[in-house]
Design a protein around this ligand. Structure first.
Ligand SMILES: Nc1ncnc2c1ncn2[C@@H]1O[C@H](COP(=O)(O)OP(=O)(O)OP(=O)(O)O)[C@@H](O)[C@H]1O
Ligand SMILES: [Mg+2]
Length: 281
């Protein structure tokens, strides 16, 4: 498969949510275009409500654009085993063991029970949870549950891994360990990862590319390439000059967006407005 056929293309996509009989509604995304190459780790960042989750759900084929086009691997997206989705909440089934939660993703594919269990154990091994294969979700800590959710998304060996704030509910220490874990897995099992996060720090540490969205309506404000060398768990990436500069730049822009948004609880009257796309820098 060539690059264009295996990548993700988002062309001029707009989406408005409307209640029945309502004419106006909320415009979640406006004229968003992205071109994601294979083997790329992309993060979506931006203030709350800028359409990150909406875009991710469209990439997964759960909702459809009103205008524009999305192609995943050359075709309009449909949910399936080639797409892994990791949510902010773990969504594990409390009545199933961790192994059975993980193997659930491939259960419908007709894989026999022994192979399913072996595969589940392989991915549980990868996320460091093999010992807990027979445990139930309520016996695991938050970080362990999130690892199980990651194993569940990886078991079908998806070509596209979509993650919506997967580490948001973890404590700071567990979160950093999970970032390293994810980097290692990604290095080993290259695919496209689209990762939504509120943490600018996390986006710079993990990504090859960062897409900054601005809210109301959600638009692409900037796409940044992160030129820090891999593997990034081998050295303290946060001490690098490029890291500090990029982090500061993104954070300044997000702060300006929030301060200029009258619907934001941090709105500041008279705050400088965001520069018009294309006119900045
Ligand atoms: N199902 C829906 N029905 C109506 N409005 C929606 C729906 N889903 C999202 N929206 C609206 O679309 C906009 C974008 O929402 P979305 O959840 O994509 O933002 P987000 O960037 O993921 O925000 P957050 O960072 O808070 O998770 C918001 O204004 C939201 O209220
Ligand atoms: Mg969201």
């Amino acid at each position: 498969m060539n690059d264009a056929a295996a990548g993700i293309v988002v062309r001029n996509v707009s989406k408005t949510f409307r209640r029945a009989k309502e004419t106006t509604g909320v415009q979640a995304l406006h004229a968003v275009s992205l071109d994601i190459k294979p083997n790329t780790f992309v993060s979506l960042v931006g203030p709350s409500g800028c359409g990150k989750t909406t875009l991710l759900r469209m990439l997964n084929g759960l909702i459809h654009p009103d205008e524009g086009e999305i192609l995943v691997g050359g075709v309009p997206p449909v949910p399936g085993p080639h797409m892994g989705f990791v949510f902010q909440s773990f969504r594990l089934m409390p009545w199933r063991t961790i192994r059975d939660n993980v193997s659930f993703t491939v259960e419908l594919s007709g894989m026999d029970a022994k192979e399913r269990a072996d595969r589940a154990d392989k991915y549980l091994d990868m996320v460091g949870l093999r010992r807990f294969a027979d445990a139930f979700p309520n016996e695991l800590s938050g970080g362990m549950k999130q690892r199980a959710a990651l194993a569940r998304a990886l078991i079908a060996e998806p070509r596209y891994l979509l993650m919506d704030e997967p580490f948001a509910s973890l404590d700071a220490q567990t979160r950093e360990f999970m970032q390293i874990e994810l980097m290692k897995i990604w290095q080993h099992h290259k695919s496209i990862v689209v990762f939504v996060t509120h943490s600018v720090d996390e986006a710079v540490v993990l990504s090859d590319q960062i897409v900054l969205l601005r809210p109301r309506p959600g638009e692409v404000a900037e796409v940044l390439d992160v030129d820090l060398p891999h593997p990034r768990w081998d050295y303290d990436v946060r001490e690098r000059h490029e890291f500090v500069t990029m982090r500061r730049h993104l954070w300044e822009r997000i702060k300006d967006m929030v301060a200029a948004d009258p619907q934001s609880e941090f709105y500041m009257r008279g705050a400088k407005t965001e520069p018009i796309r294309g006119a900045e820098e």
